[in-house]
Write a protein that binds this ligand. Structure first.
Ligand code: SF4
Ligand code: SF4
Length: 198
């Protein structure tokens, strides 16, 4: 019974001494290895070198400050609720008199932690934030030896006042257009004079 049309002709030629010593096969293998020396390597010397990232790459988070340098986060917890990995832990506190330059609104996050080992970089925290306080960036999470070093607190998350992180390319045109509509701006600075008295 014939199952396929494929045939392999088996040679019964007697192997030479060199063939019995695998010398042609070794030479062929070495030639393939040497040929790779002259080809462009598909790998890079990471972390010294990194590949160019998309502007919307979802990497390490940043907690933004406003144009006056105050922290934008109001510890509302929307990001923590939206997070499918339960990676965000927030402790809120009330802003005291004289701290207006530090925190944008009356409530702020006294502690804000993201567990980078749990995070799946989905970006839902960024989408959920009503204050444009949290964004993912194209920065990578550093390699660490200890698990606790992957829990990022405010010291790693809040942007440095003299080293701002540009996230404008992450904002869609719809968001940028929305912010131009007078009267609809949800991120206007808190003004105590305009506060509604009850
Ligand atoms: S990127 Fe996704 S998983 Fe990571 S903290 Fe934000 S919501 Fe959670
Ligand atoms: S980052 Fe945004 S969503 Fe999360 S607690 Fe702060 S203001 Fe709320």
């Amino acid at each position: 019974m014939q199952l396929t049309n494929r045939k392999v002709v088996v040679s019964h030629k007697e192997l030479s001494f060199a063939e019995r010593m695998y010398l042609p096969a070794v030479a062929k293998g070495m030639a393939i290895t040497l040929s790779h020396l002259f080809k462009k390597s598909p790998t890079i010397d990471y972390p010294k070198k990194t590949r160019p990232m998309s502007v919307t790459y979802r990497g390490r988070h940043v907690l933004k400050r406003d144009e006056n340098g105050a922290e934008r986060c109001v510890a509302c917890g929307m990001c923590a609720v939206a997070c499918p990995a339960e990676a965000i832990t927030i402790v809120s506190a009330e802003r005291k008199k004289g701290e207006e330059h530090l925190y944008r609104e009356e409530k702020y996050a006294s502690s804000f932690e993201i567990n980078m080992l749990r995070c799946i970089f989905c970006g839902l925290c960024e989408d959920a934030c009503p204050k444009e306080a949290i964004f993912l960036t194209d920065r990578l999470v550093d390699a660490e030896f200890e698990r606790e070093d992957f829990i990022y607190g405010k010291e790693k998350l809040v942007e440095k006042i003299d080293k701002r992180i540009d996230i404008t390319k992450r904002q869609t045109q719809a968001v940028l257009d929305f912010k131009k509509i007078p009267g609809l701006r949800h991120n206007t600075l808190f003004d105590p004079k305009k506060q509604v008295k009850h």
